[in-house]
Write a protein that binds this ligand. Sequence first.
Ligand code: WQD
Length: 347
Amino acid sequence: MVKRLLSPGAMSKKVIVTGGAGFIGSHTVVELAVAGYEPVIIDDLRNSEERALEGIAAILGQAPTIHRIDCNDAEAMRRMLKQEGAVLGAIHFAADKAVGESVTDPAKYYRNNIGSLAVLLGLLREHGVHDLVFSSSCTVYGEPASLPVDETAPDANATSPYGFTKVACERLVRDQCTAVPSLKAVLLRYFNPIGAHPSSLIGELPRGVPNNLVPYVAQTAAGVREKLRVNGDDYDTVDGTCIRDYIHVVDLAQAHVRALQWMSERQAPLCEVFNLGTGAGNSVLEVVRTFEQVNGVKVPFEVGPRRAGDVVSVYADTRRSWEVLGWRTQRSLADALRDAWRWQQGL
Ligand code: WQD
């Protein structure tokens, strides 16, 4: 490997991206490169596929560096950091995120999601890396007492072991920032990421039957699934179905680039949390209807029982992300559903 020798004083543009071959990770790797950073992917491909790496390379015209290692493997991570040399920051996506699986196998979720973060934090400290972006989730809010939900809302009401790993990880990052005054951290609470890159070269690759709404809708429209089951239509909402804040994955990816820039403009100590959503709530049936309208397809569905653990309605208060971080979404629900369909047609 030809090592890039930095001229004295030149700032490294390398960013460690754990889980960089995943759905949000891959889109963030692309946006980092487009913004002039040098993303270094850390991913053992347990929850992602080679296809994602091929798609990133096709978009960028070259393959970013990838280390196929487990983030829990401290020795392998230490060797990687030594090999990479000067690093500007790290974005930690690597985690298990299937809400249902976290209920049946909580030990796996607590071990992997909290353990991998603890390993990373120790190594960033050892290696003198000061800027960390952590992938968190609106799931920490549980069922918010008021809507839109802002970052001051209670953040320990998660309704699943997965959600509680995010609560625990946020607390771990805050404690590390207290212990390590040179550490700067941004906690990004994602609402519902959907869609795909407009090139259709990267997108969501759910394994098996999708848990999430939009990939299931797309597969139903494509005939991969016979019909969508709507999980309950007797909630106290506009049409009886649950409401979420669906955010285009490219908007979400660009928020990570903005977070790195924002941290570089500030001094440590720093530990801030931001909602990443559109600020708009849409029901399940509104998503289905919009998908049909923008794509000119039909999505057969039936109404089934409520899904355990579902919150009725959650969508973001986006003021702080715009007023403090200087980021807001630029793409619509229709844009995301159009990109999701185009991506599905190429699968
Ligand atoms: C949305 C709505 C379902 C499938 C997700 C991720 C979680 C977190 C937050 C990042 C619910 C309904 C779904 C189906 C349906 N993201 N639905 N039929 O539950 O908000 O959580 O976003 O951390 O990791 O899981 O998203 O897409 O699963 O469900 O009716 O076949 O769609 O019941 O009301 P959710 P979702």
